[in-house]
Design a protein around this ligand. Structure first.
Ligand SMILES: Cc1cc2nc3c(=O)[nH]c(=O)nc-3n(C[C@H](O)[C@H](O)[C@H](O)COP(=O)(O)OP(=O)(O)OC[C@H]3O[C@@H](n4cnc5c(N)ncnc54)[C@H](O)[C@@H]3O)c2cc1C
Length: 359
């Protein structure tokens, strides 16, 4: 028997779709992916620490809740609780892995089946359609939800890797307001519209002292209006012809943590090297949507993101195939928006199956 719905991807979009599909008795099958090429099961949130902007998770004794909700055999994969104590108990905002484990648990509780494998190919021509995993037999299915997300591009420096979550971030909206950046000067790397968005967001935070924008050339790729926004902002200084050579760090007196303390930067004009004393580096050089397994079988925009072919629907260019989350969103890229479109995709699938008499 073909599956009613196969969901590819295990971030907020995939689990949200699974929760809705499972509760609608569609018996969803999720391919959650494996660790490879800057991707991992549970998605991008698994690369971050505290998530302060996902509704429903204010500061609290999160760990107690997570441990009661999530199956015991997955507790060993949880990160240690951050060391913020209140009245003798851990007190913090939910961490990325905890949040997605909770989503996964909610999907499992309603009967979602999960396979830990990557989908490497799809066949939309056959009826029913087929998804082809790396290590198992092809699976036939009436509908597919693609929720494979995107991955942030980084500079590729060893020191950048070392200081991720310790002052290096690829998302100012997500991380800029975290205490680790309070009262510090920070740098944004990149010269496109997104880089200006990120720099402006940071500069407008009361907690941020100043933002340096590090632009590789003597001009920006950003639109004129965005460039003006950056140039006119009293808290943004643009450093032209500048690239990062190394992220520097030191042990922080209060927390004992090793955090970013500066950047070794190089001039692309005369190769001179200098040090920029900043407490954070936000990399804003784009994202790569995870669509290579589709080999061009679905319409994408010029950046490679899947296109929703109808307004307020998650339909793609192939009937019965839906897209949710960051793989189809190069604009908002947040956990809550991904979960929202995951819900939409499951509802779209439910209605499609009902119309076709396949439910
Ligand atoms: C460092 C960092 C911090 C962030 N902080 C926040 C924050 O505080 N708040 C917030 O709202 N957002 C935050 N975000 C953004 C948020 O993580 C994303 O918007 C969200 O995770 C997107 O969800 P998604 O389900 O669309 O995709 P993803 O989370 O990207 O998940 C996609 C999943 O699909 C899997 N996959 C990919 N290809 C295949 C395949 N072929 N077969 C099977 N599986 C596959 C991947 O391995 C991955 O597990 C942050 C992002 C980063 C990188």
């Amino acid at each position: 028997m073909p599956e009613k719905v196969v969901i590819i991807g295990s971030g907020p979009a995939g689990w949200s779709a699974a929760i809705y599909a499972a509760r609608a008795n569609l018996n969803p099958l999720v391919f959650e992916g494996t660790f490879q090429d800057h991707m991992r099961p549970l998605g991008q949130l698994a690369y971050t620490t505290e998530v302060e902007n996902y509704p429903g998770f204010p500061f609290g004794n999160v760990r107690k809740f997570v441990e009661t909700a999530v199956d015991k055999d997955r507790h060993s994969g949880l990160p240690p609780a951050p060391d913020h104590m209140k009245d003798g108990e851990y007190h913090y905002a939910v961490q990325g892995i905890e949040l997605v484990e909770l989503m996964k648990q909610q999907a499992l509780n309603f009967g979602t089946r999960v396979i830990s494998d990557d989908i490497v190919d799809v066949d939309f021509e056959s009826t029913p359609m087929r998804v082809i995993p790396a290590n198992g037999d092809p699976v036939e299915t009436h509908t597919i939800i693609i929720a494979t997300g995107a991955r942030a591009n980084y500079l590729g420096l060893e020191s950048e890797e070392k200081y991720k979550n310790k002052g290096v971030s690829a998302c100012a909206v997500c991380d800029g307001a975290l205490p680790v950046f309070w009262n510090k000067e920070v740098a944004v790397v990149g010269g496109g519209d997104t880089a200006v968005e990120e720099a402006s967001y940071l500069a407008n935070l009361k907690t941020c002292k100043k933002v340096y924008m590090l632009v590789r050339r003597d001009e920006m790729r950003a639109s004129q209006i965005m460039q003006k926004r950056a140039m006119d902002h009293p808290k943004i200084e643009i450093l032209w012809n500048t690239v990062v050579e190394e992220v520097l760090g030191e042990v922080h007196a209060d927390s004992g943590m090793e955090l970013v303390s500066g950047l070794k930067v190089k001039s692309t004009k005369d190769d001179s090297v200098s040090q920029l004393d900043v407490g954070g580096m936000f990399v804003a050089i784009g994202h790569t949507p995870n669509t290579s397994f589709l080999s061009g079988k679905l319409e994408t925009n010029d950046k490679g993101y899947l296109i929703w072919t109808q307004a307020f629907r998650t339909n793609t260019s192939v009937e019965g195939v839906y897209a949710a989350g960051d793989v189809a969103d190069d604009y908002y890229r947040q956990a809550v928006t991904s979960a929202g479109t995951g819900c939409m995709a499951a509802l779209d699938v439910e209605r499609y199956l009902a119309e076709k008499g396949l439910e």
